[in-house]
Design a binder for this molecule. Structure first.
Ligand code: COA
Length: 179
């Protein structure tokens, strides 16, 4: 008698007709061209991406959550299948609540790997249904981060081409009113 073997990877909620949804979490303080590059790459494999800004009291932010949300919405307005949202608490709980199958993360340099690996394994331990997907950031953005761009902007450095023009203007405005 032959017994049918169960597929190794039979996960709930990933039927053929279900849209493939990924959460792209982060601080986005502010969004950079590196982040946008990951969203665009992600859209090639997911039907919908929810860019989720973390309410993180441990990280001192330059922009309020509302400002970050508005900047992201403006930069991504050409993609009807991208939603901007905010979350707090555990990422896997938020992902499950939004019926997402994936967590999207960008890798820039080798130095990102340890932290991302640890976080992905911890998230998998907490919810095995949700897969973390890593995408390589475009080479042009490999050395960028929100902090380094903020630092350059604060001292009048040239950040053209590293952030969308609207974000560049917002950064200038912020630092004009600061000592
Ligand atoms: N291009 C440019 N910069 C990038 C980038 C890219 N593609 N990808 C990441 N970065 C930069 C960000 O700008 C940020 O820079 P900054 O530190 O100067 O602000 C830095 O890399 C960190 O990235 P970010 O994506 O904002 O991560 P984070 O470490 O602030 O937050 C979360 C990561 C939100 C995924 C994580 O903290 C989380 O899930 N928290 C919820 C609690 C939880 O579930 N924890 C995990 C398990 S215990």
């Amino acid at each position: 008698m032959s017994r049918r073997r169960a597929p190794i990877c039979e996960s709930k909620g990933t039927g053929e007709n279900m849209p493939r949804i990924a959460i792209y979490p982060g601080s986005f303080d502010p969004v950079t061209n590196g982040h946008l590059d990951i969203v665009e790459r992600g859209l090639k494999i997911f039907d919908k991406i929810i860019v989720a800004i973390l309410h993180n009291p441990c990280k001192k932010a330059l922009f309020s959550i509302q400002e970050r949300k508005e900047m992201l919405a403006d930069c991504l307005k050409q993609f009807p299948n991208v939603e901007i949202d905010t979350f707090d608490g555990l990422l896997v709980d938020y992902a499950a609540k939004r019926q997402a199958q994936g967590i999207l993360r960008g890798l820039r340099a080798l130095s990102d790997f340890d932290y991302e690996f640890q976080m992905a394994l911890m998230n998998r331990r907490m919810n095995r249904e949700i897969q973390t997907v890593f995408l390589m950031t475009g080479l042009r953005w490999i050395f960028t981060s929100s902090s380094i761009i903020k630092e350059a902007a604060q001292f009048g450095g040239d950040i053209n081409g590293m952030v969308p023009p609207m974000v560049g203007r917002k950064l200038k405005e912020k630092f004009r009113h600061r000592p």
